[in-house]
Design a protein around this ligand. Structure first.
Ligand SMILES: [Zn+2]
Length: 193
């Protein structure tokens, strides 16, 4: 999970009656770089993701926030299904649009861990099932590819060429890349000072 910035709502009129109006949904999609706000899976090219209600719109929860822009995000169907209507105000799920998830979460190999003492980190991982087997597998594929590329860099004899290759590789940890949190951690762990 990475820090995201929600743009102003492009079509507030449509939002009053339709929380997933295509124009607004598209703005959310772009704001998370075509990825799920929670698990960082690229969802746009596989199937159309869901407009997520951070505070659930279900009856008895937060129905008054159904059409509230600041309560909307973009997420994959699997995270949406796992989360369902779970949300505890006393221990709220991490909202990447309003806070930096790295305060609570860290990438450790192919799994995401909560930072020591962070209850909100722990509850977020458990509720959204951020270490479900399918995610672990896909992160492993991504990290293995990155490891091969890093190997190639460090086996290059020319220091100048190595530096160029490494600089290019560092982009794999950028926020627009799938599972960037994990890629950035692997790159960081391999940095030789
Ligand atoms: Zn997801």
């Amino acid at each position: 999970m990475r820090r995201l910035h929600r743009p102003p709502c492009p079509n507030p009129d449509a939002l009053r009656t339709n929380y997933k109006h295509p124009e607004n949904k598209n703005a959310l999609l772009k704001a998370s770089y075509g990825k799920c706000m929670y698990c960082e899976s690229h969802v746009a090219h596989i199937y159309f993701g869901d407009v997520e209600h951070i505070r659930p719109k279900a009856e008895g929860k937060y129905p008054h926030l159904e059409f509230e822009w600041t309560n909307l995000g973009y997420c994959c169907a699997r995270c949406n299904n796992a989360k369902k209507d779970q949300y505890d105000e006393m221990c709220s799920l991490i909202d990447p649009y309003t806070e930096d998830p790295s305060t609570h979460l860290l990438a450790f190999g192919t799994t995401v861990r909560h930072r020591a003492g962070s209850e909100r980190g722990a509850i977020t991982i458990a509720t959204i099932e951020l270490n479900r087997p399918e995610l672990i597998e896909r992160r492993a594929v991504r990290l293995n590819q990155l490891q091969h590329a890093l190997d190639a860099c460090y086996r290059t004899k020319s220091i100048a060429i190595r530096e160029v290759l490494l600089t290019a590789l560092e982009e794999e940890g950028n926020i627009d890349k799938e599972f960037s949190m994990f890629a950035a951690a692997l790159i960081e762990a391999n940095q030789r000072k």
